[in-house]
Design a protein around this ligand. Structure first.
Ligand SMILES: *[C@@H]1O[C@H](CO)[C@@H](O)[C@H](O)[C@H]1NC(C)=O
Ligand SMILES: *[C@@H]1O[C@H](CO)[C@@H](O)[C@H](O)[C@H]1NC(C)=O
Ligand SMILES: *[C@@H]1O[C@H](CO)[C@@H](O)[C@H](O)[C@H]1NC(C)=O
Ligand SMILES: *[C@@H]1O[C@H](CO)[C@@H](O)[C@H](O)[C@H]1NC(C)=O
Ligand SMILES: *[C@@H]1O[C@H](CO)[C@@H](O)[C@H](O)[C@H]1NC(C)=O
Length: 591
């Protein structure tokens, strides 16, 4: 598939259209930002007693993945013959933390994967360039220039989130989700499952004596454990000479196909519902990933490209499999998506602009497009290919931002509350979202006596969670209606009006989002009929928040919010009293 075709076609038609108006009109194309979700690299198997860790091979895979992204977006050879791929204004050599948002789960093999990727993305300064001087940082008062260890190694800011952190739902939405688990148990009871289980029992039993003995018990050798068995076999085939000799290529391939079937049944079945009809419970990780993509794009547009030039997420393959199913990528034309993504494979979403050449301002949202690419691994045969989203025709790999948003609106998770209810989750942050009249009883999940959290700490958690409510309200408001956004420091507006599928409910709200897509600050509301989000106010990055974070850290809790980045204080508005147990107003209730 040729990614350039539709763009050129579009350019040509646009140019043809406008050249009648002005013979001189020229267009410039630009990548504004990217959102990249990458699968972790080769790691030790889950079944062993030791904590799964990234192997040196895995580190190489992710380093390679990062290098390829670097080549495309940071140091492209834009010779004019092809469309430009470099991200506008991104640093090529010296890592600038403010331009990137990096999120990882707190599994060692995922975090280490993120680190290896970042090493490839921003290599040590002495390796990538001989320019080792960092303005304002390198010199010390006696005049000498200090280079960081390991030839100027660059230290990225990687946010790792545990499942106690509400931000983890964007990375791994199916974790800690009881309704998802219940649905997977349904699968084990289904006839489809039994048929495969019965027909593959001989195959799995045949692997037992030479390969699985002592690792899997007799009882668990079967399709029931298809993924864990393949996980072990695949590791053995790479790292263990004895095992590699016992294992034929056919056996490994069959084990992989069965593992893929198992993973698809549990993550790509978009027809199965949990407690709410049509909630795509098995693909829930794809629903939450979709929300995070929009969050990143809104942040970069809202800050006119200052933040989130690159948003990098690192996690497992489930969200990719689920997203591919929901976004209509899995089809006979796109056979690549019938396989579970390999180590270091990435889903890449590009925000792309096409605007008149003589315009220097940040592009209008109507000039912004989205492209999706799949980088299917890191070996020499893997490649970056553009695919059409939402079941569109193969030529439509470039779609307008509005179409992209309305496509995602078909399945994304509106907010944390939505996730908590869909999952019937008992996660520590859920009570603040589901309120007292929800399906969850807050006293169950946040009771000091049951969980040994002192009332003071519970209060801190509640407050942090409430701050996040504002963020989610904002996201929901944005998703539901066209709104005007503007960045506080510059007071410049970027219009986000007129998204397809959006109701005009909140169109008169002016909101700001700080770095990292954190909470919304409602500046004013002209529409008295829609006052709810005014309550969702917060102060982001204030010292109080940092104090809270410290207090929380002192109590050994891992909670974090988007709001916890202290770099861009916003003191404009004073806060409303925050009551952690006030049920948050849910904008979608009003629709
Ligand atoms: C750094 O300088 C050395 C010596 O001048 C040169 O050989 C090398 O290619 C340079 N490396 C880079 C990355 O520019
Ligand atoms: C400056 O200070 C650093 C660290 O204290 C030292 O290593 C270096 O030799 C000093 N340079 C000069 C020119 O005195
Ligand atoms: C699978 O095997 C079990 C035990 O032999 C049998 O009871 C069951 O009917 C079989 N199920 C299917 C779908 O073939
Ligand atoms: C390699 O595989 C063999 C046979 O499966 C097993 O007995 C052995 O313990 C494995 N070696 C290592 C280092 O894991
Ligand atoms: C990735 O895609 C290319 C074609 O674009 C194909 O040749 C290769 O086998 C694929 N690799 C994997 C690991 O699926």
């Amino acid at each position: 598939m040729d990614a350039r075709f539709p763009l050129h076609a579009l350019c040509i038609s646009l140019i043809a259209l406008l050249s009648t108006a002005s013979a001189q009109a020229r267009f410039k194309q630009q990548v504004l930002s990217t959102f990249i979700y990458t699968r972790y690299g080769d790691r030790t198997p889950f079944v062993l007693d030791t904590t799964p860790t990234l192997t040196p091979l895995g580190a190489h895979q992710l380093y390679e993945a990062g290098s390829r992204i670097r080549q495309r977006y940071l140091t492209p050879d834009d010779d004019g013959s092809t469309e430009p791929t470099g991200i506008a204004g991104i640093a090529s050599y010296q890592l600038e933390c403010d331009q990137l948002t990096v999120l990882s789960t707190n599994d060692q093999y995922v975090f280490a994967s993120a680190l290896a990727f970042m090493q490839g993305l921003y290599p040590p300064l002495e390796t990538s360039s001989n320019y080792t001087y960092i303005a304002g940082q390198s010199t010390i008062q006696n005049g000498s220039n200090v280079v960081a260890p390991l030839n100027g190694y660059q230290y990225p800011d990687i946010t790792t989130v545990s499942t106690n952190d509400l931000n983890s739902i964007w990375l791994s939405g199916s974790n800690n989700c009881p309704n998802y688990l219940a649905s997977t148990n349904d699968y084990y009871g289904s006839e489809a499952f039994e048929t495969i289980q019965n027909s593959t029992q001989d195959f799995y039993s045949s692997l037992q004596p030479d390969l699985l003995d002592g690792v899997f018990s007799d009882a668990s050798v079967g399709y029931y454990d298809a993924y864990y068995i393949y996980d072990y076999l695949s590791y053995a085939s790479i790292h263990n000479t004895t095992a590699a000799q016992h294992l034929t290529m056919e056996e490994l391939t069959r084990a992989k196909i069965l593992a893929d079937d198992w993973i698809f049944a549990l993550n790509a079945d978009v027809d199965t519902s949990g407690s709410i009809p049509g909630d795509h419970i098995r693909a829930i990780a794809g629903r939450t990933l979709a929300t995070r993509i929009l969050q990143a794009f809104y942040t970069t547009i809202n800050t006119q490209g200052a933040s989130d030039k690159m948003t990098l997420l690192f996690g497992s393959f489930e969200p990719m499999v689920a997203f591919a199913a929901l976004a209509g990528l899995v089809s006979p034309q796109n056979a690549a998506f019938y396989n579970v993504p390999e180590a270091g494979a990435s889903f890449i979403f590009e925000l792309y602009s096409l605007q008149a050449e003589d315009v220097d301002t940040y592009p209008d949202t109507s000039d912004i497009y989205v492209r999706f690419f799949y980088q299917n691994g890191t070996d020499p045969y893997s490649s970056l290919v553009a695919y059409p989203l939402f079941g569109m025709s193969p030529s439509q790999t470039l779609i307008s931002l509005a179409d992209f948003i309305s496509g995602l609106e078909g399945f994304l998770m509106f907010n944390v509350e939505d996730w908590c209810t869909t999952c019937n989750s008992f996660s520590v942050f859920c009570p603040a979202f589901t309120g007292t009249d929800g399906s969850l009883d807050p006293s169950n999940a946040l009771s000091p006596s049951r969980h040994g959290i002192s009332p003071a700490v519970a209060g801190v958690i509640g407050a942090l969670v409430t701050l996040a409510v504002a963020a989610l309200l904002f996201a929901a408001v944005m998703l539901l209606g066209g709104i005007r956004l503007h960045r506080v420091p510059r007071r410049r507006r970027s219009e986000l009006n007129g998204f397809k599928g959006g109701n005009k409910l909140a169109s008169d709200q002016d909101l700001t989002i700080p770095k990292g897509g954190a909470g919304a600050t409602v500046i004013h509301s002209e529409d008295p009929a829609y006052p709810a989000p005014v309550k969702g106010h917060e102060r982001v990055g204030s010292w109080e928040l940092r104090e809270q974070a410290k207090a929380e850290e002192a109590h050994g809790r891992g909670l974090n919010t988007f709001a916890s980045r202290p770099s861009r204080p916003s003191f404009e508005e004073d806060e409303m009293a925050i009551n952690p147990f006030t049920p948050p107003a849910a904008p979608h209730d009003h629709v």
